[in-house]
Design a protein around this ligand. Structure first.
Ligand code: NAP
Length: 311
């Protein structure tokens, strides 16, 4: 049995792992794919301290992972399919594709992060991977010298539009308002980029194409004008939903499925804590995920010191 199980190896989970090992606990950190979470799919991170020239998300993720390894965090590369969190001993059930395993821990830190939300328009699901993408840095390469569109006006939409403009022929950004939500620096870079064109007050009502994306249909929400556009790729960046499929029903979540925690990052279940993008909060950045995880260990240590996790 481990002292602490961490579910997810994004910036929050990896930071929690480093803190837990430095405090002398045995730690298993569960990850079903590559360490780094959504941060690893970010082209350039400019707002994480210590990297004045910026750093690619994948490189930063690798640095976090090396840091975990240096302190002896054990990473279990298996998919967590369910969690039994109500008893003193927490059970982590995994599926490797070939076997089902169960691990035990005295305390659990949920750091499962979030995933891109679907737009929910006709043909989106059918053309996913055939021109519909949710990650510019992962798929931009396939659209070299092609015309693509981006949907959304947040940090991810604007930063990925800038990334895509490096390789695509043109990038048309459809945003439902006439004001971007993204940070000002990214806005300035995108608005001054000749290859990026903004269509304001415009929603995409359908993605078109038979075997692959051939275009999108939009509607201007102010004028009502409906228009068809020819594009080879359609990048959807309309926010995130929490990764909560493995959470038990007894865990308290908000109406969108994010974990409700107190000021010390404790959930409603004793010995179960949550940090990073999977919790109910206002700001989701690498630095805030790291901050949550740096702070959570206070409460985890108190829980273990006071005898939590003993059957
Ligand atoms: P976000 O900030 O929630 O932005 C989502 C965007 O999609 C908004 O512009 C929103 O429009 C639009 N949208 C939502 N639903 C829509 C719909 N049905 N149809 C059309 N448009 C729709 O999400 P995000 O950009 O994925 O970022 C997620 C979190 O990560 C945020 O907290 C963000 O700050 C953070 N992040 C930060 C950085 C950074 O600091 N450099 C980089 C990446 C991500 P409205 O604006 O009208 O609501």
């Amino acid at each position: 049995m481990y002292d602490i199980a961490i579910i997810g190896a994004g910036p929050a989970g990896m930071t929690a792992g480093i803190y837990a090992r430095r405090a002398g606990y045995t730690v298993a950190m569960f990850e079903m794919s590559m360490p780094g979470g959504q941060a690893a799919t970010t082209d350039q991170v400019e707002n994480f301290p210590g990297y004045p020239e910026g750093i690619s998300g994948s490189e930063l993720a690798m640095k976090f992972y090396e840091h975990c390894n240096a302190f002896g965090v054990q990473t279990v590369f298996e998919q967590v399919v369910s969690l039994e969190l109500e008893g003193e001993i927490k059970k982590i059930n995994t599926d490797t594709g070939m076997a089902r395993n169960t691990y035990e821990a005295k305390a659990v830190i949920l750091a499962t992060g979030a995933h891109p939300r679907m737009l929910g328009v006709p043909n989106e699901e059918r053309l996913r991977g055939k021109g519909v993408s949710y990650c510019g840095t992962c798929d931009g390469f396939f659209f070299r010298d092609k015309d693509v569109c981006v949907i959304g006006g947040g940090d991810v939409a604007v930063e990925d539009a800038i990334y895509l403009a490096n390789m695509c022929k043109s990038v048309t950004v459809f945003h439902r308002r006439e004001e971007l939500r993204a940070n000002k620096r990214s806005q300035e870079l995108a608005l001054s980029n000749d290859k990026i064109h903004f269509e304001w007050n415009t929603v995409v009502t359908a993605i078109n194409g038979e075997d692959k994306v051939s275009g999108v249909t939009t509607k201007n929400v102010k004028t009502g004008e409906v228009k068809d556009w020819t594009v080879d790729g359609c990048f959807v960046f309309v926010g995130n939903d929490p990764n909560n499929a493995c959470f038990p029903a007894a865990l308290s979540l908000d109406e969108r499925g994010y974990v409700l925690t107190d000021d010390a990052y404790a959930s409603n279940l004793p010995g179960v804590f949550a940090v990073g993008d999977c919790i109910h909060k206002n700001v989701r950045q690498i630095s805030t995920a790291v901050g949550d995880a740096g702070a959570v260990m206070n409460a985890v240590e108190r829980y273990l010191r006071e005898g939590g996790g003993h059957a």
